[in-house]
Design a protein around this ligand. Structure first.
Ligand SMILES: [Zn+2]
Length: 421
């Protein structure tokens, strides 16, 4: 076999960030605000500045008050990660898209309730000379300051190795996603998985609409439709603007014995690179069905790298071989659902000319849960984008998918009803 996600296999990494927001990080007042929905209680990041050249660089973020931070670095690609309590980022929408000198780019956003993160991509290996926050003083706001210096790869890797695992946090608090209301409820559980979230925006239209928002809005409408049928339990891997690691999404579906996992995305492709409009559905395969599917899987699998997730604690290939064995029947069901869904979707929304494809999507690797990834359309296409942000389109497309799910489950639900008599 096997599924080799180059730098990306793995499922046990989310814990790395969790520990940072354990009792110590949340103790001093941030805990209270983390539990409160009132956004204004969070510190506000109001400005960010990057200076320097290819040898050294300084990163400064203005904050409304001093916060505790924790930093670590990751290789391949080289990144500096700063974890901080939940911060409201009020920065220009293009902040971080382009860096300067050593700093190639950076991202920021929620990685969990109560926890924000900044991920800085660096041009090469760096040394984190200084990382600190300053309280407001002498007319200056509170600030987060990082000083970076270029170094060689060997020194960088050595520095990472010295950071002990416990520093990075290996707490065992695993449940990041709200569990379904009742695990004893016999109705099938459908897990809806809005892609990206928080620090990982997903694709971005020219006008600035973000995939993470578009897919969440759609998933909420679909959840409502499915719940109204009364036939299913429905859980979402995220229901707000929070990042959830890919492995965590898969793990959630498995632990709760989901009967179907539907990951929801929206693609982006510049004109002139093949057909760049219409919806498609993807299932898991070791070898991509075509070059476009391979490209897309690679892009979607990058989510954890974008979010600065530590992927070093990965399961080995032995686990993957077991996965391959268990997966076969699941695969048949996944493809069957994909076909049913395309049959319904074609009535309500334009489809890609090859709407059913497959590739090595990490989020589809639950061996025992039929899983599909829907690309609702292209954020880069004007007509598709019009649909993606339209509530009327959302309603009819969600209704079509609900119909497809009803068709998919009808034989099983009928069987269960007969069995109960
Ligand atoms: Zn996506």
């Amino acid at each position: 076999m096997t599924f080799r996600f180059a730098s990306l296999a793995g499922a046990t990494f989310w814990v790395a960030a969790v520990a940072l927001y354990g009792p110590s990080a949340l103790a001093a007042g941030e805990g209270a605000s983390a539990r409160s929905p009132a956004t204004e209680t969070f510190p506000v990041a109001s400005e960010v500045r990057v200076g320097g050249d290819d040898r050294q660089a300084r990163f400064v973020m203005d904050l409304s008050r001093k916060v505790e931070i924790a930093t670590f670095m990751l290789a391949d690609p080289y990144r500096v990660v700063v974890d901080l309590p939940q911060v409201t980022f009020k920065l220009p929408s293009n902040a971080g898209l382009h860096g300067r000198g050593l700093i190639k780019a950076f991202r920021y956003g929620l990685v969990m309730k109560g926890g924000s993160r900044i991920v800085i991509d660096t041009k090469g290996p760096v040394q984190l000379k200084k990382a600190f926050t300053l309280a407001a003083a002498a007319g200056q706001p509170a600030r987060l300051v990082l000083d970076l210096k270029a170094t060689d790869r060997a020194s960088f890797l050595h520095a990472i190795a010295v950071e002990t695992r416990s520093d990075r946090g290996m707490a065992s608090k695993r449940e990041r996603i709200a569990p379904p209301a009742n695990d004893n409820d016999p109705r099938p559980l459908i897990v809806l998985d809005p892609g990206h979230g928080g620090i990982d925006t997903g694709t971005r239209s020219k006008g600035g609409e973000l995939e993470k928002d578009v897919v969440l809005a759609f998933a909420k409408v679909l959840r409502g439709d499915l719940e109204r049928t009364g036939k299913y339990r429905v859980a979402m891997t995220r229901s707000d603007d929070t990042y959830v690691a890919l492995g965590e999404r898969v793990r959630f579906a498995r632990v709760h014995h989901a009967a179907l996992f539907v990951s929801i995305h929206a693609d982006f492709l510049p004109r002139g690179e093949g057909q760049t409009d219409g919806a498609s559905i993807y299932t898991l395969s070791e070898h991509a069905s075509d070059a476009e599917a391979a490209r897309l899987a690679e892009a979607e699998n990058k989510a954890d790298v974008i979010a600065g997730v530590d992927l070093t604690a990965e399961p080995d290939d032995v686990a993957n071989i077991l996965v391959d064995l268990a997966q076969r029947e699941t695969k048949t069901f996944s493809v069957q659902f994909a076909r049913t869904a395309i049959g319904e979707l074609k009535v309500v929304t334009p489809l890609h000319k090859h709407p059913i494809k497959s590739a090595g999507f990490k989020v589809l690797t639950a061996p025992d849960v039929p899983s599909v990834l829907i690309e609702l359309g292209y954020m880069s296409d004007r007509n598709d984008l019009k649909h993606l942000v339209s509530s009327a389109w959302r309603r009819r497309t969600a209704a079509a998918l609900t119909q497809a799910i009803d068709t998919f489950f009808a034989p099983r639900l009928a069987g269960a009803a007969n069995g109960a008599r």
